[in-house]
Design a protein around this ligand. Structure first.
Ligand code: ATP
Ligand code: MG
Length: 879
């Protein structure tokens, strides 16, 4: 009688309990306090701080069955799911742990005893791998266990050095594999456990935790060498139940049964449909677990990962012919299967299914339209011979139809295509800018009215000149632009507060970002806008719990971003002042944009700045930075301010009372922005570009602080790598590049000369192949590699040499076919180039036309060129 998965889970935990291990309940898949990690991806994660010696427990041995999710970060198996028999997005990891108690010997002995004696897996079918340099582990396997040498493999770091993430606990490991026997299809020279042929199934990984890796990659020994092991329950179930595919184990019987019921598709009908059924089963299980642990669909963070999985699942439903919400029904079967081990799932069943169903419904409304659009675009791109889908379409699918980018990419892979990621990013950026512009205008009456009402009711006091943290009351709330009393996880909100340290975008300075939290929830503030005076809207997403009107909130501006913005804003003032000094006060500010990562300054000026002017401006600004002049602000009347010499911006509207920001005697401006305490805070300012943006308007872009240093480094690296390619020193680089360009020009001229010469002789060769009918010479020939322009010249040339005749040339060029036909003047009554070409080009899947004496066309199918030439001969009567 083979063991059920439930029995395996229980036997495993009991085995280690009997050997002094504390049985610990699985932690939530949401890591409790680890910002480096999206989801728990291994059994050791909840014990990370114990391994690091930062936390102690009242036991030194533990055992768990831990819920794990591997869909992002270092361990991401999303692409594998459904395609390999052994990967899931969610799986259960069985593990035993020693925190500075036992080490390699016992870990190995326990594992071997459990597998071979308790679970009765024949040692014949097992093999073990150890890290290449870990002789200690190899000796233990050989001497203490008596493992034969031919079952012990030494593998490298990729296979046998385990790390939770880029940083954190890590160490060499030893893996135990099930050997299904080498299949005939395996072609690798050495078929060891790293081979992908399907022979090996990694059952269990014993990690010898010895190091903590820091940001720089340096490995520090842990206070106490420890043990962390992990084995996938799904894989154990497969092996112990004598099946080769995890999905054929009892863990998936109910899930796949439900997936088949709701889709009406049976396993084994069709390979691709089998993949879809498995993906659906896998994803529905993951959704149940995620929602069960409190993750809800949203547009950011974990909630968006959930949504991506849900939408992938929906799309596989479509492949199975299901067009209504159904994942929730399959998730219901997952709760049946896992409810005993994780009773929370049962208790929250209705909530879980409801949330899944609601998000499915939301996607269903656009899914089929989106798929149809995508299908059309794929056909179109294919017809044009393109291997990638343009970024605009991918963005449209994302924005209008809710297709996560990886869903689009996944569908494209099936067609051997990919997404243009850069184009997608550009469209996303353009959309953000449009949104910002629409926000500033008042095109939408509803929005303008709501804002008007809010501004009449509330006036937010700005605290951000003095502080970046504060506490205040939420006085109003908008969800999706509409007034609301409360908002919950995933909602896009705008929050109005009594007081705020968040700077709202104005005077060119971007709005602050940061966090807002109340006793019951947390909002990630992504932007702050001020559509009307004193109406501060904090825009963001509820990332946790819920928030409601009238509650007290802790407000925290992202200080790093603010500090960077401040440096750039003060830098902009200094730049403005230096510019006026160098080119004169007619250089007036036309606009500016101050963001954390850069600054942009537009001004009136007729000519580009010379290199020398830019250098003088930079020097001046950096002298002022070095002088470290303190900043002061005063509020005075507008007239008084101008009298005192402050620069006002021409187009800007000011009230009676204005704020004057000065730095020593270098700069005095009217400004409402946030500024550095002293010019020295800027560190350094470097101009990176100067361009014209309209008649008489120039734009300077500059960087400050570490951003400037980073830029200089990057430029240096680029120059260095160019010098390396050319094998010269940096000093010699400019001279060498000049010489290369000159040489290249010479070579191009030489190639052109040779090409002309060879075309002449090629034409002579072709003439020999002309056929004759009633005094007219008929020439049809294939000249692969020739482009359309060159072909035109060749046809002209051949026509002249034929004297009286018709010439057709065809060539395969790139992925296309080029066609041209010429007829000598005396024959245009008998043969029409324009008519002939239509017939010929249609053979190669193209079209074209032209005059009676000359016509040109294109085509797609190069394999039909010879057929097309035969057709031409037939049309001319010589075929
Ligand atoms: P593989 O090489 O098979 O992807 P891995 O080396 O990524 O596995 P580990 O990080 O060592 O796996 O995790 C420990 C154990 O967890 C593995 O031995 C395996 O039994 C199981 N496991 C890992 N990833 C998955 C997954 N995506 N689905 C199911 N089980 C898994
Ligand atoms: Mg491994």
């Amino acid at each position: 009688m083979s063991r059920t998965a439930k029995e395996i889970r229980e036997d495993f935990l009991r085995f280690f309990e009997d050997r002094g291990h504390q049985r610990v309940k699985s932690a939530s898949v949401v890591p409790s306090s680890d910002p480096t990690l999206m989801f728990v991806n291994a059994g050791m994660v909840p014990f990370k701080r114990v391994f690091l010696g930062e936390e102690s427990r009242d036991y030194r041995r533990a055992t768990t069955a831990q819920k794990c999710i591997r869909v992002s970060g270092k361990h991401n198996d999303l692409e594998n799911v459904g395609r390999t028999p052994r990967h899931h997005t969610f799986f259960e990891m069985l593990g035993n742990f020693s925190f500075g108690d036992y080490f390699k010997l016992e870990a190995i002995e326990f594992a071997w005893e459990l597998l071979t004696e308790h679970m009765q897996i024949s040692a014949e079918n097992l093999a073990v791998s150890v890290f290449r340099d870990d002789d200690e582990a190899a000796d233990l396997w050989r001497d203490s266990i008596g493992l034969p040498g031919d079952k012990l493999y030494h593998l490298d770091e990729k296979e046998n050095f385990w790390a939770m993430g880029e940083t954190g606990p890590c160490g060499p490991c030893s893996e135990i594999h099930y050997d299904f026997g080498r299949p005939e299809s395996c072609t690798s020279e050495v078929c060891d456990p790293s081979c992908e042929c399907g022979r090996w199934l990694e059952l269990w990984n014993l990690v010898f935790m010895q190091f903590n890796r820091d940001e720089s990659g340096t490995m520090h020994p842990l206070p106490h060498p420890s043990i962390d092991t992990g084995g996938g329950l799904e894989r154990w179930a497969a092996v112990l139940q004598g099946v080769r595919n995890n999905y054929d184990s009892d863990l998936f019987t109910g899930l796949l049964g439900r997936a088949q019921d709701v889709s009406g598709v049976s396993l084994g009908e069709d390979d691709e449909k089998d993949v879809s059924l498995r993906v659906v089963a896998d994803h529905a299980r993951t959704l149940a677990i995620m929602v069960g642990d409190g993750v809800l669909p949203s547009n950011a963070g974990r909630g968006y990962v959930l949504r991506r999985i849900l939408r992938r699942g929906s799309r596989h439903g479509v492949l199975l012919g299901v067009e209504e919400p159904f994942l929730y029904k399959v998730a219901d079967a997952a709760i049946d299967e896992l409810g005993d081990a994780y009773p929370d799932l049962r208790e929250r069943r209705d909530f879980i299914l409801d949330r899944i169903k609601r998000d499915e419904e939301r996607f269903m409304t656009t899914l089929s339209k989106g798929l149809q659009l995508l299908e059309e675009e794929i056909q179109e791109a294919k017809a044009q011979g393109q291997a990638s889908l343009d970024g605009r379409t991918a963005f449209k699918l994302y924005d209008t139809f809710g297709f996560p980018l990886d869903l689009t990419a996944d569908i494209l892979v099936g067609h051997g295509m990919q997404v243009d990621q850069a184009g997608f990013d550009d469209s996303m950026q353009a959309q953000r800018e449009r949104a910002r512009a629409a926000w500033a205008g008042s095109g939408d009456e509803g929005v303008a009215e709501i804002h008007g009402r809010l501004a009449a009711q509330f006036s937010t006091r700005f605290l951000g000149y003095e502080t970046t943290e504060a506490q205040s009351r939420i006085v109003a709330l908008l969800v999706d632009g509409q007034p609301a009393e409360d908002a919950s996880e995933g909602d896009e909100v705008e929050v109005v507060l009594e007081e705020t340290p968040f700077y709202a975008e104005s005077g060119g300075q971007v709005g602050d970002r940061g966090f807002l939290s109340t006793g019951s929830g947390r909002v990630e503030i992504q932007d702050t806008q001020k559509p009307l005076d004193n109406l501060f809207l904090h825009r963001g997403v509820v990332v946790d719990g819920e928030i409601s009107v009238d509650s007290e909130a802790e407000l925290c501006v992202d200080q790093e971003l603010r500090a960077a913005t401040v440096r750039n804003h003060t830098g902009t003032h200094l730049l403005h002042a230096a510019l006026r000094e160098v080119v004169g006060s007619q250089a007036m500010q036309k606009g500016s944009r101050v963001a954390p990562n850069r600054l942009r300054f537009d001004f009136t000026h007729d000519a580009p700045l010379s290199e020398d002017e830019i250098r003088r401006i930079e020097n001046r600004v950096n002298e002022w930075i070095e002088a470290n002049s303190p900043g002061t602000t005063e509020v005075k009347s507008y007239d008084e301010a101008l009298e005192s010499g402050a620069i006002a911006i021409f187009d800007e509207k000011y009230g009676d009372q204005v704020r004057v920001v000065s730095f020593g005697d270098c700069s005095t401006e009217l400004c409402g922005g946030t500024h550095a305490r002293a010019t020295g805070d800027i560190g350094v300012l470097k101009v990176i570009s100067e361009t014209g943006i309209a008649a008489g308007v120039r734009r300077i872009e500059a960087l400050t602080g570490l951003g400037a240093l980073e830029h200089i480094r990057l430029q240096e690296k680029r120059a260095r790598s160019a010098a390396e390619v050319l094998k010269v020193s940096l000093e010699d680089l400019p001279g060498r590049v000049e010489k290369l360009v000159a040489d290249n020009r010479k070579l191009e001229r030489e190639v052109e000369r040779l090409r002309n010469a060879s075309r002449g002789s090629e034409a002579s060769d072709l003439l020999g192949g002309a056929l004759e009918i009633d005094g007219a010479k008929i020439l049809g020939a294939r000249v692969d590699g020739v482009d359309a322009k060159e072909m035109r010249g060749m046809v002209d040339d051949l026509r002249n040499r034929l004297g009286s005749g018709v010439v057709l040339l065809m060539a395969e060029h790139g992925a296309k076919v080029v066609v041209a036909i010429g007829v000598t003047k005396d024959l245009v009554g008998r043969f029409k180039a324009g008519d002939l070409i239509g017939e010929v080009a249609s053979v190669v899947g193209g079209g074209g036309g032209g005059r009676p004496d000359f016509a040109q066309a294109g085509g797609k199918d190069a394999s039909k060129i010879d057929e097309a030439i035969a057709r031409f001969h037939a049309l001319c009567g010589v075929g």
